[in-house]
Every structure is written in C-alpha cells, then in structure tokens.
Design a binder for this molecule. Structure first.
Ligand code: HEM
Length: 514
C-alpha cells in the first residue's frame, strides 16, 4: 500500500512492531515470551497465555453460521452473557481479553486484537507465520451459541464445523492445530481430568501433547504412536473423548499425514488458522494481507513554533539490524519547488516473530532522534523521501506525503488543574482553507467499541496571523465540557479528512499567561 494510510499504517505497526524500539505504546508479544508464560499464576501452573489466546479466538469464531452469515470472529466473546455460557466455561476468555485488548485503537478493533493473539501465540512459539488481515468489526451484542463441546457425538461435531464453514478434514486439522497447545483443567472439567498432584502443573492441567507450549506435530505423532496422554483421546470418560472421535473419523488418514510431515502440519495449520481468524460476519470487509513496508515513516508530526515549523518522526527500515556504517538521509520537497535534506540519527532496533524479523529505526533529528528538525514555515513541506546507503526510497517516485495544511501551534496552553482547562491553537496554512478543523476525542460506546467524538474549532471571524504563512484557529477548552485531556487534531481539506498521528495532551502544554 501507499503510505500514509492511517488504518493500514496502524495495522501494519501492531502486526510487525512487536518488541524493542517501536513507536507503539504496547505490544502483546511480551506475554508469550517465553511461551510458558501465564501471567495469572506462577511458573509451573501448566497453563499459558498462548493456549488461552488460541482457544479464545476459536470460541469467538465458532458461533459463525456460514448459511446466514451471522457470527464469527467479532469479539462477541467479550460479552459476559456469551462468556458465561456452558460452552465457554473457564477463565481463559476473560484472561485473553484482559491482555490482547491492550493493542486496540481507533484503527485496530477488539476482534483484530483477538486475531493477532492467535497469530502472535503461534508464530512466537515455534509455529508458522500466519497471514494477517485487519478490519474486523466488533459485535454489538452476543452471538447465538454454537461452540462444540466434548460430550457431543461425531455427527454433531461434523455438522457444527460445517456450519462454521469447515469440512470434516478441515475439522480434524483445526482441532489438531489448536490442541498442539494447552490442555484440559481439572477445575473446569472435573468429569474429564482428575486432580493431578503434579508440581509442574499446579492448576491440574492434563495436556494434549508433551510439548504443550510449543507449536509442533507431537499432537499427531503421539496420537499415531499410541503414546498420547491427550485427555480428550484417552480420558477415563469415553463420552468426552471428542478428539479420539474427531481424529479417527477418517480412519486416521489426516493425523497420519500430520505425524509423517511436520512441514505439512505447519502449512495446513497456517492456512486453517488464517481461515479461522478471517471467518467474520457477512458484510465485514477485511483488508488485504498486511505485509511490512520495506521503509516506513512513523509518528510523523508537525508543530508550528513561532517562526519555526518543527518536523519530528522516525523511519523504520525493515529486515535490517544495527549497522554503524549505514548512512540514512531524509530529503524533502517544499511548496516553493525547493528541497532540503538531513542526516538521520539511529534510534534503536525492533523485532517481530520471535526475532525472525528485525528492523532498524532512525529519527529525523540526527543528534537527538526524538527531537524535531526546524523548517521554514513559509516554504513548508510537501513530501519526504529517504536515501539508505545511497539508495533512494520514495515509493516509486510518489514520495511520502506530509500534510502541513494544519498542525498544532506551540502557543496552545493549559490552565489550572481542577478542572484542567486551557486553549488549543491550531495553525492553518494560508490558502489551504479547510472546511472544518476539530479535536478528535477517543471515547468508548456502550458496548466498549472505540468511537471518535469530534469537537469543532470555530473558524475565527477575522484571520489571526501566527506568522507570514499560518493563521490560528483556537478553541478555549474552558468553554467545553472537558472530560478528555488527550486528543488528536482533525481537519477536512478538499473533501478529505486528515488526523494528526500523535496523541496530544492538554496537560503537556505550557501554562497560559494570565
Ligand atoms: C470439537 C471441537 C473441540 C472441542 C470439543 C474442544 C474441547 C476443549 C476442551 C474441553 C478444552 C479444555 C479447556 C479448559 O480446561 O479450560 C480445550 C482446550 C483448548 N482448546 Fe479445544 N476443543 C475443540 C476444538 C478446538 C479448536 C478448533 C481449537 C483451535 C483451533 C481449540 C483450541 C484449544 C486450546 C488452545 C485449548 C487449551 C486451552 C488452555 O490450555 O488454556 N480447540 N478444548
């Protein structure tokens, strides 16, 4: 895709900027590093965040009805009315939601976060990379029930997976792929698992295979060799041996093929997990598969500070590690057919997918990467391009567009503390003439979804000059019912809505002069 695209930029970041230096406030990779981590109990609990996340996504998706298009991966599992059904017994769902929702923002839904949980768990714990699409929407009410339970017979399971959109062979695959992680807990299923008295499984979890925090085909090799301890295959209660009935339902052909080939198992699971997280209600349009941009600007921000236009930001170089001999330059075009350039400063490295991918980050300011560089407001800035060790990166000649039609003015100020009030000044470039300029406050609706509330900044009756190139539009926050202290600034220019990247904080502004 072409940068900038706010939603794709955000989805790409949450997918690929996992650990180390990133501009994101939080990543969930830490919770599956190491893969036996279970943040709700000590080591040796026998449980893992990774297993909870995979099971949660399946149970959220399993309500899908492929005939009428209802249900699917839409975060309906977050509703207590759905989560407390017998088919959703256990605390793994609440645990998952408590962690994976940390990455949601206006562009990344709760359902996208659940999908990312599966992808991060599998990829970081020995499994294949799974293609990620974004754009799921979050349900506004619980879905109809539909998660299979272990006491059902095989016909019922085949019918249930068919309703979800999976054939019998795919059912065998999906159950095996899921059950390479985790196990069954005594406290939740006392009719399936006894108290274990095992110091390495203090929550009495009988595991599906011997490597229960690792993605591998042991779920199949142990089943085929007859050494499996899977409580849904060799459990003392045959009524609940659902894995035994499912795995055996094609004469073990699929499980044999998985046992014979770890590669086939991994590629099948990558496909099936992708299908699982992409099973969404009809009408939801997912993005294309998100792939990392080879070079990506991030946190690009402009502030008008008197006679100086301050430009800050970073650029991420994908698939690169630290290299002191690398030289990175940023070039820009302005509104007066002029150009400028600067050397960029190394800021750090990030990694994704258990270190499989790495990226090197550079700040726009050579000496202090987080600090801005100063430009002339009169000439402004139109677009960026970069030169990495002599190679030009400009999105095939398009450049990386920067919107300097409006920005925060450093004259914005905060006042008092209780309630915190102040004034937001927005500098609008002369001649740009936006239809509207407004603050964007992030809020949640009655079912927890992020919604953006816009508060218009009135167009001044007479232009208020900020300098020769910009005029100020101001909003006195004491005039508003100020309940939000953080916001972005939006503007509608030539029919297109723009939004600043960085979240602004009223209490970070200088005090207003009385
Ligand atoms: C007929 C279909 C299925 C049945 C009857 C079934 C049954 C179960 C049961 C009874 C548990 C124990 C839960 C607990 O003790 O908290 C469990 C755990 C689990 N299931 Fe399934 N399952 C099915 C399909 C799937 C599928 C398709 C996936 C994923 C693709 C999946 C992923 C998991 C995972 C990862 C766990 C471990 C959870 C943990 O250890 O915290 N299951 N399953």
């Amino acid at each position: 895709y072409i940068w900038p695209s706010p939603q794709l930029d955000a989805l790409e970041a949450v997918r690929f900027d996992q650990l180390g230096f990133t501009v994101l406030p939080s990543s969930i990779s830490l919770f599956v590093s190491p893969c036996n981590l279970f943040v709700f109990a000590g080591a040796n609990s026998g449980r893992s965040d990774a297993a909870d996340w995979i099971r949660t996504a399946y149970h959220d998706m399993a309500t899908h009805n492929s005939t009428d298009g209802t249900g699917g991966l839409d975060a309906s599992i977050r509703f207590p009315a759905e989560r407390t059904r017998t088919e959703n017994i256990g605390d793994g769902f609440a645990n998952t939601i408590g962690i994976v929702f940390q990455v949601i923002n206006r562009y990344v839904s709760m359902a996208d976060a659940i999908a990312l949980g599966v992808i991060f768990a599998v990829e970081n714990c020995g499994g294949p990379e799974i293609p990620f699409r974004g754009g799921r929407t979050d349900a506004d009410e619980p879905n109809a029930p539909g998660v299979p339970e272990p006491q059902e017979n095989i016909d019922s399971h085949v019918a249930s997976f068919a309703r979800q959109g999976f054939t019998q062979t795919e059912m065998i695959g999906l159950v095996a792929c899921g059950h390479t992680f985790g196990g069954v807990q005594h406290s939740v299923f006392p009719d399936i698992v006894n108290v274990l008295n095992d110091p390495t499984s203090t929550e009495d979890v009988a595991h599906f295979d011997s490597t229960f925090v690792t993605f591998d085909n042991n779920i199949a090799t142990e089943y085929i060799s007859g050494t499996t301890q899977n409580p849904l295959v060799v459990g003392f209660n045959d009524t609940t041996n659902s894995d035994k009935r499912i795995f055996g339902s094609d004469g073990n052909a699929t499980m044999h093929s998985f046992a014979d080939s770890p590669k086939l198992f991994a590629s099948t699971c990558a496909d099936l997990f992708a299908r699982m997280v992409d099973t969404v209600p009809t009408g939801v349009k997912l993005t294309d598969v998100i792939t990392p941009l080879p070079l990506k600007p991030a946190s690009v921000d402009l502030v008008l500070n008197g006679d100086i236009l301050q430009l800050s930001g970073f650029v991420r170089l994908w698939n690169m590690t630290e290299d002191p001999s690398r030289v990175v330059h940023m070039l820009w075009d302005d509104h007066a057919q002029g150009t400028g350039n600067t050397t960029m400063g190394f800021a750090g490295t990030s990694s994704a997918t258990h270190g499989k991918h790495s990226a090197a980050w550079y700040g726009f300011n050579d000496t202090v990467p987080h600090s801005p560089i100063g430009l002339d407001p009169a000439t402004g800035i139109k677009s960026l391009s970069f030169v990495v060790n002599g190679k030009l990166e400009d999105q095939g000649g398009l450049g990386f567009a920067v919107q300097d039609g409006y920005m925060l003015s450093a004259t914005s100020c905060s006042m008092g503390n209780n309630p915190l009030t102040g004034r937001v000044d927005v500098a609008v470039r002369n001649g740009v003439n936006p239809t509207r300029v407004y603050l964007e406050m992030t809020n949640h609706d009655s079912v927890g979804r992020i919604v953006i509330t816009e508060i218009d900044i009135p167009r001044p009756p007479q232009p208020v000059a900020a300098d020769s190139a910009y005029s100020l539009w101001s909003l006195n926050m004491s005039d508003q019912n100020v309940v939000f202290l953080t916001f972005n600034i939006g503007a509608e220019i030539d029919g297109v809505k723009y939004s600043t990247t960085n979240l602004l904080r009223l209490n970070s502004f200088a005090p207003c002069s009385q």
